[in-house]
Ligand binder design. Structure first.
Ligand SMILES: Nc1ncnc2c1ncn2[C@@H]1O[C@H](COP(=O)(O)OP(=O)(O)O)[C@@H](O)[C@H]1O
Ligand SMILES: [Mg+2]
Length: 312
């Protein structure tokens, strides 16, 4: 597994990453979620040995990235932000070059390169300079470079950023396909991506870890988790009656649609039964009644804005 302990990075007086401690186990796809400038890229650069931490340590399957960089890097594949490559090389030359650096030789080198061509569908651009390729193909070349030595740990910095919706979908499918026995760290600022590909999500804001859990657990922290939305025939005093139902914390009236309300439960309460009972007791005809799962973006906004306030 990978073990990250008290990892910090300062640039001059500016603390970009503050005291991150966490472990990741095989099979986990861990999403690093955070607004721009949160410290995701800096953290990934330290995990992959691209820059040295100011303090703290990173261990990749028992190999310390500082004390034993080669041992650690053998097990790592890294797609840096923006998928940099040598633009004047073709994918054929670039991947042969990376395979050589990774120590692949002979039949094994040939077999791994062929696997990348088919896995990432690079056939049609195989002999074209990388700088002439579309963004989607450049990204696939970057992924091939990260995967060529079949690493146990894959670190992908915003792998879908700037791609069109179909290309985003392809990259997400690839991540899901290869996830089984690997450790994958993927950074993103797209919330839907976390539910789509990650088994675990960490929210980072202003260099600090502010949440860590499954996407469903994070969603459960939303103030809208368990909220009940309903549409009632318009009549006097509805809002007061709804607010009096046991367990209901807040009642939000929809300004655009009279008779439509969102009932926010008090923390930890399930209000669906009490609301249904009240409706049948009152004899109301309801046009709609549903319970919400909660929204990841509520949690994200609440946590990341709170962490930002700490700075002032
Ligand atoms: N080499 C550097 N020198 C000075 N500041 C840096 C450097 N690299 C990153 N930073 C700053 O550290 C903060 C975190 O950046 P980064 O890790 O790139 O965030 P993210 O990837 O979450 O957008 C930002 O405020 C950024 O400007
Ligand atoms: Mg970044």
């Amino acid at each position: 597994m990978i073990e990250i302990s008290h990892l910090s990075k300062e640039f001059g007086h500016f603390a970009a990453v503050r005291d991150l401690t966490f472990n990741v186990a095989p099979g986990e796809v861990l999403g690093f979620l955070g607004p721009n400038g949160a410290g995701k890229t800096t953290t990934m650069r330290m995990i992959t040995g691209f820059i040295a931490p100011s303090s703290g340590s990173v261990s990749i399957y028992g190999h310390d990235i500082q004390a034993d960089p080669i041992g650690a890097k053998r097990r790592l594949g890294y797609l840096p932000e923006g998928a940099p490559a040598y633009g004047d090389m073709t994918p054929a030359r670039f991947l042969a070059f990376v395979a050589d650096i990774r120590g692949l030789r002979g039949g094994q080198k040939k077999q791994r390169i062929e696997a990348m061509v088919s896995e990432l569908e690079l056939q049609s651009v195989w002999h074209r300079p990388i700088e002439t390729l579309s963004k989607g193909f450049k990204r696939r070349v970057g992924l091939a470079q990260a995967l060529i030595h079949d690493p146990q740990v894959l670190v992908l910095d915003e792998p879908t950023d700037g791609l069109d919706p179909n290309q985003k979908q392809q990259v997400r499918e690839l991540i899901r396909r290869i996830a089984a026995d690997k450790i994958i760290l993927v950074s993103t600022h797209i919330l839907e991506e976390v539910s789509a590909v990650c088994s675990r999500a960490m929210i980072i804001a202003a260099g600090r870890l502010v949440a860590d859990g499954s996407p469903a657990q994070l969603q459960a922290q939303s103030r809208n988790h368990g909220a009940v939305v309903l549409q009632l025939p318009v009549q006097e005093g509805l809002q007061q009656q709804l607010a009096a139902i046991p367990g209901v914390g807040e009642v939000e009236a929809d300004a655009a649609q009279p008779g439509r309300f969102r009932l926010i439960p008090e923390t930890g309460k399930d209000i669906l039964l009490a609301v249904s009972a009240h409706i049948s007791g009152a004899g109301w005809q309801i046009a709609e009644l549903r319970q919400e799962e909660g929204r990841l973006d509520d949690v994200f906004r609440a946590l990341t804005s709170r962490a930002g306030e700490d700075l002032h």
